[in-house]
Design a protein around this ligand. Structure first.
Ligand code: 5AD
Ligand code: SF4
Ligand code: FES
Length: 341
């Protein structure tokens, strides 16, 4: 085995220049994926955790240059689900067998802390783990949502390159994002983060910093996705060739954080028709099927070509189950918390 890979497999530590080497050497990719798959099997086993994803609002106060939900995009019909709809979709997901519900949405302040608390408590009465992915809020609100029963929080750092972040996410601050991630840790949430791979101006050096950052914040979950240019955003003409690099970032993340949960992301499958299975065989151990019902699925248009927009939650459940079983893996029957060693 390549000596840097060997070091990563044995020590789960690499220097920044070693990470850069692995990211830059395409001919090492297959060996990297095999090593990450082996570490995944050794530390988190063959079980795949399914998380039922509810996309509850596509309204967002932010204006991220890469995202179709950005507030300046007038080309998108906006929606917000009612409390009753959200709780109903969560309940249905539980009957399909999901042990974790993920509530994801734009930064939509219509959902006050009082509304969110009610939703969290209602969903937690179903005996499931609950993950929030609702963007930047005051510390006090994160505290109340934790007390209401939420277990985990997802917030990608998107990129650890502060200058690039503030260019890509105008009006947002890198410090505040880090403040949020720190709040989650202090409040006792499982912390999920991650990054976008392939943003214009992003370098392999900064991708290596992203991986080191995941280690530094001691994340419980890391989601890596390729950036996919969206015609309704300022980055419409950017390059769309980010699948392999995002797979390498994900695989190295597995080598360095062997026990964490890593999803095979929807964006990976949107670029490659077998993308989630390839990811599951390169370090990933989680899939997050969409359990939102109806036309909302296609309106949650972060990027073009998003998979499953015309399918139903029950179809997706069956589809992903058979794909996972076909590669010799099993579906977990637990809530799938991060088990440290
Ligand atoms: N391509 C890929 N992922 C995107 N996201 C937003 N826009 C895009 C895009 N064009 C991701 C961001 C965000 C997550 C919910 O969706 O990383 O954190
Ligand atoms: Fe809003 Fe998130 Fe999209 Fe940024 S990435 S515009 S915060 S939904
Ligand atoms: Fe949705 Fe396969 S997971 S169609």
């Amino acid at each position: 085995m390549n000596t840097i890979l060997q070091k990563a497999v044995e020590t789960h530590n690499l220097e920044k220049d070693e990470i850069i080497y692995l990211l830059s050497n395409d001919e090492l990719s297959e060996e990297l994926y095999t090593a990450a798959d082996k570490v995944r099997e050794e530390y988190v086993g063959n079980e795949v955790h399914l998380r039922g994803l509810i996309e509850f609002t596509n309204i967002c106060r932010e204006n991220c240059c890469y995202c179709g939900l950005r507030r300046d995009n007038t080309n998108l019909k906006r929606y917000r689900l009612t409390e009753e709809q959200i709780i109903d979709f969560a309940h249905k997901a539980v009957t399909y067998g999901y042990k974790t519900i993920v509530l994801q949405g734009g930064e939509d302040m219509y959902y006050t802390i009082e509304i969110l608390e009610r939703i969290v408590k209602a969903i937690k009465s179903f005996d499931v783990a609950l993950t929030l992915s609702i963007g930047e809020r005051p510390t006090q609100e994160y505290k109340r949502l934790k007390e209401a029963g939420a277990d985990r929080f997802l917030m990608r750092i998107e990129t650890t390159d502060k200058k690039l972040y503030e260019e890509m996410d105008p009006g947002m601050s890198h410090e505040n994002r880090k403040r949020c991630l720190n709040d989650f840790k202090v409040l006792g949430y499982e912390v999920g983060s991650g990054s976008l791979v392939g943003l214009p101006g992003q370098t392999v050096e900064s991708l290596a910093d992203d991986i080191l950052f995941f280690k530094e914040i001691d994340a419980d979950m890391i989601g890596i996705g390729p950036f996919i240019p969206n015609a309704d955003t300022p980055l419409r003409d950017a390059s769309n060739n980010n699948f392999d690099m995002s797979l390498r970032v994900m695989a190295i993340t597995r080598l360095l954080l062997p026990t964490i949960n890593i999803p095979a992301t929807t964006a990976m499958e949107s670029l490659n028709s077998n993308g989630r299975i390839i990811a599951l065989q390169s370090g990933a151990n989680v899939v997050m099927p969409n359990v939102t019902e109806g036309e909302y699925r296609k309106l949650y248009a972060l990027y073009p070509g998003k998979i499953c927009t015309g399918d139903t939650p029950s179809h997706c459940r069956g589809c992903i189950t058979s794909k996972i079983l076909s590669i010799g893996r099993t579906i977990s029957n637990t809530k799938g918390f991060h088990k440290r060693r």
